[in-house]
Design a protein around this ligand. Structure first.
Ligand code: SAH
Length: 395
C-alpha cells in the first residue's frame, strides 16, 4: 500500500472525516500530487500526517470519496466484504423472498461504497457508477456480486453512460459485464413488473417507492385513483390490487404510458378498471373535474437537481399540490412526494402547506414518508436522504 499517492489536507480540515463524513472537498486540500490520475485510489492525511483514510480521487468539488478509514487495500477482498455486508442487511430486512426479487443492494455512501449503486431484479443486477473510481472498479464489483453465496445473481448489467462525470472522458458503454439478458420481469411484493434497464430511467425502476406503494394499496379499496407521473405504473398496480374502483395513470412520456399498460396487463389481464394517458401533469390537473378522484398520487421528477434551482422547484411543488387540493374529492387522500435531494423535508412541507392554505381546505398529515431501508442513510452523511413524502387527508 505504500505506493499509494498521498493527499494532504489543510490544517483543521480533518474534522468531518474523523466524524465519518465520506467526502473530501477540493477546497480542503493543501497538497495534491502532480501525477495524480482521476479514479485512482489515494491516501488522505491530515496536516500533521495522521492517516484519515483511503478513497477514490476525482476532479471536481468532491475530490475524494473515502472507502475506508484504515489503510485497507481496495481489492477484490474489499469489494467481496462490502457486498456481503450489504447482502446480509437486505436479508435482515426481509427483502429476499420468493415473492420479492426487487431491491437495492448497494446505496452508495449508505452502504460504505460511495459512488456505487446496485439494484437487483431477480437474477440480474444493474450496476451504476457515479465516480471514475467505481468505473475502474466495475469488473471487481461485478465479480463480487455474482460470487455472493446463495444469492443466485448471474447477470450484471453496467449502466453508467449518464451517471459518470462527463468531463472525465471515460466513455463508459452500457452493457453486460457478466452474463446476458434472461428476463426483464422482476417481482415486488408478489406483483410482476417489466424492468427496462436498457432504456429506462435510473436502473429501470423506482425501487425506492416499494414501501410507499404498499401503503397506498391499503387506502385503495373502492377509491377512484389518479396516479400522476406514473412512469412504469408502480403505484397503479398496487392500487388495482388494493381494490380501487378505477385507476387512471398519467405521464407526459408515451413510452411510460405503454410500460404502465403492460405492467397492468401482466398482473390484471383484461381488467377494465385501468386507463393510462400520455399528457402533461399540469394540463391534466387543470382540465379534470372537481371531485373526480378520491386518491391522488403526485410523484414528480426531481424539480431541483441543484441548489440553484430551489426557488423554481418550490414554486413547482406549490403549483402542483395546489391543483390537487383544489380538485380532490371531499375526504380524499393525497400521496405527495419530492425526490429532489436539494430540497429539505422542511422546505417540501412548506411548499405543500402553502398549497393547502391556498385551497382553503382542512388538511391533516397522516404519514410522513421517506426512502425504504434498502436505501440507508449514514447519519454522518445526511446528503444521502433524498425522498420525502406526505400522506394527507383532505376534508
Ligand atoms: N412514480 C413513479 C416514478 C416517477 S418518475 C414510480 O413509482 O415508478 C417521474 C415521471 O414523471 C417520469 O416518468 C416522467 O416521464 C414524468 N414527467 C416528467 N414531467 C412530466 C410532466 N410535466 N407531466 C407528466 N409527467 C411528467
Amino acid at each position: 500500500m505504500s505506493q499509494l499517492k498521498t493527499i494532504t489536507l489543510k490544517r483543521g480540515k480533518e474534522e468531518s472525516l474523523l466524524r465519518f463524513h465520506p467526502w473530501v472537498f477540493s477546497g480542503a486540500i493543501a497538497n495534491l500530487p502532480d501525477d495524480i490520475e482521476e479514479g485512482e485510489v489515494v491516501k488522505v492525511v491530515s496536516s500533521e500526517g495522521k492517516l484519515l483514510g483511503v478513497g477514490h480521487y476525482e476532479i471536481g468539488s468532491i475530490a475524494v470519496r473515502i472507502l475506508d478509514s484504515a489503510e485497507t487495500p481496495i481489492d477484490e477482498a474489499f469489494f467481496n466484504d462490502r457486498l456481503m455486508q450489504a447482502w446480509k442487511l437486505r436479508q435482515r430486512l426481509g427483502l429476499i423472498r420468493p415473492d420479492n426479487s426487487t431491491f437495492r443492494l448497494v446505496h452508495g455512501e449508505g452502504d460504505f461504497l460511495p459512488g456505487c449503486v446496485i439494484d437487483v431484479y431477480g437474477k440480474t443486477a444493474v450496476l451504476q457508477a457515479h465516480s471514475p473510481g467505481m468505473h475502474y472498479a466495475r469488473n471487481m464489483i461485478a465479480k463480487a456480486i455474482v460470487s455472493l453465496p446463495d444469492a443466485g445473481i448471474e447477470n450484471v448489467y453496467y449502466k453508467s453512460e449518464t451517471t459518470l462525470p462527463f468531463k472525465a472522458r471515460l466513455d463508459p458503454v452500457n452493457d453486460y459485464i457478466i452474463g446476458e439478458f434472461e428476463t426483464n420481469i422482476a417481482i415486488e411484493n408478489g406483483l410482476k413488473f417489466n424492468i427496462d434497464w436498457l432504456k429506462g430511467q435510473k436502473t429501470g425502476f423506482f425501487v425506492d417507492q416499494r414501501d410507499n406503494r404498499a401503503l397506498l394499496q391499503k387506502y385503495s379499496e373502492g377509491a377512484r385513483v389518479l396516479n400522476m407521473f406514473c412512469y412504469t405504473g408502480g403505484f397503479s398496480v398496487y392500487a388495482m390490487r388494493g381494490g380501487a374502483e378505477l385507476v387512471h395513470s398519467v405521464d407526459s412520456s408515451a413510452k411510460a404510458v405503454t410500460l404502465t399498460d403492460a405492467n397492468i396487463e401482466l398482473n390484471f389481464p383484461g381488467d377494465s378498471r385501468h386507463k393510462a394517458f400520455a399528457q402533461d401533469a399540469f394540463k391534466y390537473l387543470a382540465a379534470m373535474k372537481k371531485g373526480e378522484y378520491d386518491l391522488i398520487i403526485l410523484d414528480p421528477p426531481a424539480f431541483a437537481k441543484h441548489r440553484s434551482a430551489i426557488r423554481n422547484a418550490m414554486i413547482g411543488y406549490r403549483r402542483l399540490n395546489a391543483a390537487a387540493f383544489e380538485k380532490i374529492a371531499p375526504g380524499g387522500i393525497l400521496f405527495t412526494f419530492s425526490c429532489s435531494q436539494a430540497i429539505s423535508k422542511e422546505q417540501f412541507r412548506l411548499a405543500v402547506f402553502t398549497a393547502a392554505a391556498m385551497s382553503g381546505r382542512k388538511v391533516r398529515i397522516l404519514h410522513q414518508l421517506t426512502q425504504p431501508a434498502d436505501h440507508p442513510v449514514s447519519i454522518y452523511h445526511p446528503e444521502g436522504e433524498y425522498l420525502k413524502g406526505l400522506v394527507l387527508s383532505v376534508e
